[in-house]
Design a protein around this ligand. Structure first.
Ligand SMILES: C[S@@+](CC[C@H](N)C(=O)[O-])C[C@H]1O[C@@H](n2cnc3c(N)ncnc32)[C@H](O)[C@@H]1O
Length: 162
């Protein structure tokens, strides 16, 4: 009887217990470009959830890109370690095609939600060619799948804070 009570005390916590998905719609400005997206304002390195927030590297890269938009015009871009997608989403306003990638399934969920926010017909900055793919760096199966989907390849490979 005592043993049974002890067993009932055991609580199993899986990964989802530690995941914060209380995202906040947050506005970022880069030159004339205003981007609203869902992100956290702090994140955990457990389960590599670093992609749930916007990193200083992305702020710097986006500042640079917003001042040099001619380098993006008409390009096809793939972004590595996109996190919540702030760099790829900015690029999508100038590029022909942008593929945002990440390896973390939890991060890909919020990345896709942010893409939906930006490809909605109500969004005046909406861009047709904005997609998300799972990509773990060096995973040749995933790389081959992306190459098959985008046989034209990419003009630019971008990554912030990766
Ligand atoms: C520091 S965060 C940067 C996120 C975003 N680029 C930014 O600057 O705000 C690093 C990102 O890289 C992703 N990442 C880390 N290791 C990776 C790997 N081996 N393959 C693919 N993505 C990875 C993480 O999931 C995370 O989204």
């Amino acid at each position: 009887m005592e043993r049974k009570e002890e067993e009932e005390e055991i609580i199993c916590l899986n990964e989802s217990f530690f995941i914060n998905d209380n995202y906040q719609l947050t506005e970022f400005t880069f030159g004339s470009q205003v981007i609203q997206l869902f992100c956290l304002h702090s994140a955990s390195t457990d389960f590599d959830l670093t992609g749930q927030l916007v990193w200083p590297g992305a702020m710097l890269l986006n500042e640079y890109l917003s001042k040099n938009t001619e380098m993006l015009r008409g390009c096809s871009v793939i972004e590595l370690g996109s996190g919540v997608g702030i760099t790829g989403i900015l690029c999508s306003r100038f590029c022909q095609n942008v593929v945002l990638t990440d390896h973390n399934d939890e991060v890909i969920k919020i990345l896709k939600k942010n893409i939906e926010l930006h490809v909605s017909p109500e969004n005046p900055n909406s861009c047709a060619g904005l997609g998300a793919e799972k990509l773990e760096w060096g995973n040749s199966d995933q790389i081959n799948q992306i190459i098959q989907e985008y046989p034209g390849g990419f003009d630019l490979v971008l990554g912030a804070d990766i």
